[in-house]
Design a protein around this ligand. Structure first.
Ligand code: ZN
Length: 215
């Protein structure tokens, strides 16, 4: 038998707390969820350990369908060979679960966005930074504009990159035909959001002005 790492022990201690204080009082809720899920909201967020959408939005199991990845990115609609994990989750959320709202949640101090800005991983081998470099190349066009306006160092440039990243994901979402038609018919709403880690304030994107304002 494997010896337990301190990390696993930490997880199991948390699991036991959850069984006592989280699961037991909501037994009925879990029983209902056994029949299936019916979330009305999809959230696309960063993998960063500080920005857990279920915590930020204080939701219960079954309420939001979440995809997390480096820098909260959505790739454009592509039919090239490969394993399109985000596209698969999006397709499922939109076509099967029929979510009503898709929220792209960017955040402050995003390492993925910073790497996009500084291009620190460019040219790295897959497994040594190359997968990240290739993934965040989705931000290249936006990065050019941010770098021209703010440079590539400092919080002002980083925050601009983080917020432009949300706009890139929204634009890419709209390249998916199913999203496009459902947004046009009003069946789905797309929303850009930004969580500032430093002060814990959620901002929403006003797509007309292009500005993020405190919610
Ligand atoms: Zn991030």
């Amino acid at each position: 038998m494997n010896t337990q790492s301190p990390e696993l022990a930490e997880l199991l201690a948390g699991y036991r707390r959850f069984r006592e204080t989280g699961w037991a009082p909501e037994r009925e809720r879990w029983a209902a969820l056994r029949e299936g899920q019916n979330p009305r909201i999809m959230v696309i967020a960063c993998s960063d350990s500080r920005v857990d959408p279920t915590q930020i939005f204080d939701v219960s199991p079954g309420e939001i369908f979440v995809v997390r990845n480096v820098a909260a990115l959505v790739p454009p609609f592509e039919t090239t060979p490969g394993h399109h994990g985000v596209s698969a989750a999006l397709e499922f959320a939109v076509q099967v679960l029929k979510v009503r709202e898709i929220v792209v949640l960017g955040h402050g101090m995003c390492g993925g966005c910073q790497a996009a800005l500084t291009q620190s991983m460019r040219g790295a081998e897959p497994g040594s930074g190359g997968f990240v470099a290739n993934w965040i190349a989705l931000l290249d066009d936006a990065r050019e504009q941010v770098a021209a306006r703010h440079g590539t160092q400092g919080r002002e440039a980083e925050r601009a990159m983080e917020q432009e990243g949300v706009k890139v994901s929204l634009a890419n979402l709209r390249t998916f035909p199913c999203v496009q038609s459902k947004e046009r018919s009003g069946a789905i709403t797309l929303r850009g959001a930004f969580f500032a880690i430093s002060d814990g304030v959620l901002h929403l994107l006003d797509e007309r002005s292009g500005e993020f304002k405190p919610a």
